[in-house]
Design a protein around this ligand. Structure first.
Ligand code: NDP
Length: 256
């Protein structure tokens, strides 16, 4: 096998929510394959710390403070990355939140905040990078879905709607931008140990044990489990893969 297939030297990646959790796991993988990284988040301190860690892996890494739900902030973020790192080849739409309530208890503001963060942000960021990728002759968009792209959950109506939507948005970008040599794919994480799920384990009784029992791999995922799939989807190894939604879940989604 030619390892150049996975080489990302000279490429520039934006990772939204790259300052922690799954986004940081992805950013580490892309950096280890040689890509320069822009970490995007609202928490400047956390983003700077992540960028410093990534720079320690021998690539250029910058922290960009932006709320990805805001159109102007996204435009400014993309301008800053293009200015400071010179190009944009890879966009990872990873920023996400959840508000755990059943549908009848969810306020419209809560619904909108989850949809805006998990779904509209991917539209805004993808639309903003498209002209640069097209002009450069190609690019890679990687969107982060969830098991709730497939399954419903009584406690996550807006989250599940946003994650179902992200898969259909991915497929639409894949169709629209194939002629521009831009591949768009989604990763569907299973249950992963991050800040997002630490609270879920407290809020949902028995969740920890249920996940272990339901996952053939018999463990929760770790953020570094996302390095390999991210490098594959960001590199020329996946040149003919587009519109896919790939579970990274230890088998959770195929267990009856
Ligand atoms: P974390 O809470 O650890 O990370 C979420 C990240 O999103 C943070 O870096 C946060 O940075 C960023 N973020 C949130 N809102 C915004 C915003 N408005 N603008 C910019 N950045 C924002 O969560 P995970 O790592 O667990 O989740 C990452 C993705 O993976 C999400 O899309 C989540 O839905 C998905 N996922 C996670 C699973 C899991 O089990 N953990 C399972 C399935 C999917 P900051 O606070 O600085 O803004």
């Amino acid at each position: 096998m030619k390892t150049e297939l996975f080489d990302l030297k000279g490429r520039v990646a934006i990772v939204t929510g790259g300052n922690g959790g799954i986004g940081l796991g992805i950013a580490r993988g892309l950096a280890d394959a040689g890509a320069d990284i822009a970490v995007v988040g609202r928490n400047e301190e956390k983003s700077k710390a992540a960028a410093a860690e990534l720079a320690g892996r021998g690539v250029r890494a910058i922290a960009v403070t932006a709320d990805v739900t805001a159109k102007e902030a996204v435009a400014g973020m993309v301008d800053q990355v293009a200015r400071e790192l010179g190009r944009i080849d890879i966009l990872v739409n990873n920023a996400g939140i959840n508000i755990r309530k059943p549908p009848h208890a969810l306020e419209i503001e809560e619904w909108s905040s989850v949809i805006d963060t998990n779904l509209t942000s991917a539209f805004l960021c993808s639309r903003a990078v498209h002209p640069l990728m097209k002009a450069a002759g190609g690019g890679k968009v990687i969107n982060i879905g969830s098991m709730m792209s497939i399954f419903g959950a009584s406690f996550a109506p807006a989250y599940a709607a946003s994650k179902g939507g992200i898969v259909q948005f991915t497929r639409s970008c894949a169709c629209a931008w194939a002629a521009d040599n831009i591949q768009a794919n989604a990763i569907l994480p299973g249950w992963i140990d991050t800040d997002l799920t630490k609270r879920a384990r407290v809020e949902i009784g028995g969740l920890h044990e249920r996940v272990l029992a339901r996952t053939p791999a018999a463990r929760w995922g770790a953020i570094d489990d996302f390095a390999g799939i991210a490098v594959f989807l960001a590199s020329s190894a996946s040149a003919f893969v587009t519109g896919a939604a790939i579970p990274v879940d230890g088998g959770y989604s195929i267990m009856s």
